[in-house]
Design a protein around this ligand. Structure first.
Ligand code: PBG
Length: 325
């Protein structure tokens, strides 16, 4: 018996395959994360993330130019401040690396969507994402006040989007209220809504110099075994006023991404995190995987699972590979 159904007809030529592809992928889907430290003329390689650098507010402009030339529409900034203390005071400094970089980037590329990651771990000497009580516990409610103040500093520097990644309860509402009170009703909040306590953040902590000095992040980031809880976190952030919700990491949590996509009508972002990047880089450096093909496959998978936007360190390279595909 010959088959009556022949799905292979739809795979016959590259043009047919492209015509019927269910998922699209474009540079405008990508958000490019960048690390900015104090200083001038800096371009420090991050050893565990080949191709990723810590820039200063002047040199980051060159990297942003490169991204814009490739069709990238958005960047996300992380700060590495000159000083750290228990309260993460440097996060409130309008002359800090992130506000300085935002002003320069917006000056040169007013149309680019500039996002600021908002967390205390890069700014605190203990490296936790919230403030810590003398007993060594995370002080949720004073943390969200500190975060809300920093959000206003970033917004006043010109950030289009504030992206809280701390996972404190109630921070989206606190940030939204504080932005509104300060006349920043147009500033968006993209919440790291379902952020897992993941070991895939290892290389990032070298890049951002933000590893916790004691303990771990499991009292605020989510347990990898939970998916229903992600829906609860997302619901709360939506109720508190988030404009975009994020799932993080991406590839190991595609099931969560799909469930979040089906549960909300807001844009959904996924973060392909540092460990996801470094694994592919390491295998590619050994000749074990073809980097362009594997990267585009992962990005299609993340889009297929439901992400509208993808934060990825591959953004600029992936845009170039899409051009060649
Ligand atoms: C800060 C923050 C982290 C990441 C984004 N924001 C690290 C962490 O929570 O420890 C991870 C990003 C990555 O691994 O690429 N809270």
């Amino acid at each position: 018996m010959f088959p009556t159904e022949r799905p292979r007809r739809l795979r016959r030529t590259p043009a047919i395959r492209e015509l019927v592809r269910e998922t699209s992928l474009a540079p405008s889907d990508f958000i490019y994360p960048l690390f900015v430290r104090d200083g001038r003329g800096e371009r420090r390689p991050v050893a565990s993330m080949p191709g990723v650098f810590q820039f200063s507010p002047d040199t980051v402009l060159e990297e942003v130019d490169r991204a814009v030339a490739r069709g990238i529409k958005s960047v996300l900034l992380f700060g590495i401040p000159a000083y750290k203390d228990a309260r993460g005071s440097a996060a409130l400094d309008p002359e800090g690396p992130v506000p300085a970089a935002v002003r320069r980037i917006k000056d040169r590329h007013p149309e680019l969507v500039v996002m600021c990651d908002l967390c205390l771990c890069d700014y605190t000497d203990h490296g936790h994402c919230g403030l810590v009580t003398p007993a060594g516990e995370i002080d949720n409610d004073s943390s969200i006040d500190q975060l809300a103040q920093a959000a206003v500093v970033f917004a006043e520097a010109g950030a289009d989007v504030i992206a809280p990644s701390d996972m404190m309860d109630g921070r989206v509402g606190a940030i939204r209220r504080r932005l509104d009170q300060n006349g920043r009703v147009g500033t968006l909040v993209m919440s790291y809504a379902a952020k897992y306590a993941s070991s895939f953040y290892g290389p990032f902590r070298e890049a951002a110099e933000s590893a916790p000095a004691f303990g771990d992040r499991r009292s605020y980031q989510m347990d990898p075994g939970n998916a229903r809880e992600a829906l609860r976190e997302v619901r709360l952030d939506v109720e508190e006023g988030a404009d975009i919700v994020m799932v993080k990491p991406a590839l190991p949590y595609l099931d969560v991404l799909r469930r979040v996509r089906d549960a909300v009508d807001l844009p959904v972002a996924a973060y392909q995190v540092s460990g996801e990047y470094s694994m592919i880089k390491a295998a590619a450096q050994r000749g074990w995987l073809s980097e362009p093909a594997v990267v585009l496959e992962t990005l299609y998978a993340i889009r297929r699972a439901g992400a509208d936007l993808i934060l990825t360190y591959f953004a600029v390279d992936a845009a170039a590979w899409l051009d060649q595909a």
